[in-house]
Design a protein around this ligand. Sequence first.
Ligand code: URA
Length: 435
Amino acid sequence: MRAVDLIVKKRNGYEMTREEIFFFLRGFSEGTIPDYQVSAWAMAVLLKGMSERETCDLTEAMIESGEQLDLSGVVPFAVDKHSTGGVGDKTTLVVLPIVTANGVPVGKMSGKGLSFTGGTLDKMESFPGYRVDLTKDEFLKQLKEIGIVLSGQTEDLAPADGKLYALRDVTGTVPSTPLIAASVMSKKIAAGAQGIVLDVKVGLGAFMKTIDEATELAERMIDIGTRFGNKVTVLISDMNQPLGNAVGNILEVREAIDTLMGGGPEDFREHSLVVAAHMLVLAGRSTDVDEAKAMCARSLEDGSGLEKFRTLIRAHGGDVQYLDNPDMFPTASYVETVDSWESGFISEVHAREIGLGAMTLGAGRESKGDPIDHSVGIVVHKKVGQIVEKSEALFTIHSNDEQSLKNAIERTTKAFKFSKSPVDELPLFYRTILS
Ligand code: URA
C-alpha cells in the first residue's frame, strides 16, 4: 500500500477500507508517512467527507494509537462531558462539582485553549499551584479516593489525535465533520467514558455555523458512541454570543465561583444545570432531566457544589484561599469600561470577535505552547435581546498594556450591533439528541 494512492482515492471521493485507514494512521503515528501527505489527505477528507463506517474506523485507529483507560474498577459508571469549544465556556468548572455533589464521580481530562476558544486547564491554572499534569496512576487514585479529577490528557491517550489535530490546525482542516467526530470521540473513549454529554456549539463563535451542520456532527458522534457501546447525549447549544459575561481565565473563574455560590449570570447558570442534569441521567442517578436539574440547582444553593470545587482544587495542589477570597487573584493594570454609544436593543454580540479580542489581550494563544496572561479579558454587560440606554456600561476590557487595551476596545466595539425594535433573546439550546 502507498500513502499517495490513498490520498488520490480519497481526493476522488472513494471510500477507504478499514485496512487502508489503519495503515494510514499507523504510518502517521510511526512517522513513515510524512506530515505533508497526511495534510493532503486531511484536506481530501475535508472536501470529500467520510462514510459513517470510515469515521468509526478512523476513531478506532486513533484509540488504538495509544493506551486506553479502564475506569470500571474505579467508578460504578464513567460519565464525561465535552464541549466542541466556545467563548466564555467555563461550564466544566461548575458542572463537575455539582455532578459529584450529587453522588456521581467524574474524572475528566481536558485541554488547553487554542485560538479564540478558551481552555479549561488554563482556567484551572489560575489557581496558583494547580497541577494539570497528573500521571495515569495519580488520576485513577484521586478518582477512586475523592471522586473528582480535572486534569490534562495524558500523552499516551489517542496520541494520533493530538498529532493530527496539530496538523489540521495549521492546514485549514479543522472544520471537517468526520475529523472532529473522530477526534472528540477517540479521546473520550480512550479516557474510559461510558456515558458522554456532548455540548456541540453552533453559531458565530463555533466551528459549526448552522444547526444542520451541528446536527450532522451530533449524529456522527452518536453513531460512533453507539458502535463502541456508549450512551451519548448531544446538546446543540448557542455560540453566537459568549456564554455568561466573562471571557478570559481569571475573569471566568470568578464567574464560575459566583455561580457555585448561587449567583452568576442566568444564562451560564442555566446552561451548566442542563449539562449537569443530563450527566446525572446518563449515570442513572435520575430518570428525569427536570428532577436532575432541580438536584443540581440545590447543589448551587446549599454550597455542596462549592465544597466539591474546593476539594478538587486542593487535591490538585491549588491554593484554595483564592476560592474564599477571589480578590486575591491578580488584576490587570488597565481596566476600562466602555459605555453604549446607542440606545436600543442588542441584536448581536459577536462571539468570535469577543474571543479574538480576548486572545489578542493575551488571554488565549495563537500557537500551541504560547504563554498566556491569566488576568486579562473582556466582560460584556449586555447580551442579545437586552435593552441598553446610551451611556450605560456595555463592556469592560482588562488589559496589561495600553496598546492592547486600545485594540481590544476597537475590536469589541465592532462586535456589538443594535436594533431600534425588540430583539428576541438567543436560545441556550437548539436541540437535544439522545442515543
Ligand atoms: N475539538 C476536538 O477535540 N477536536 C476537534 O477536531 C475539534 C474540536
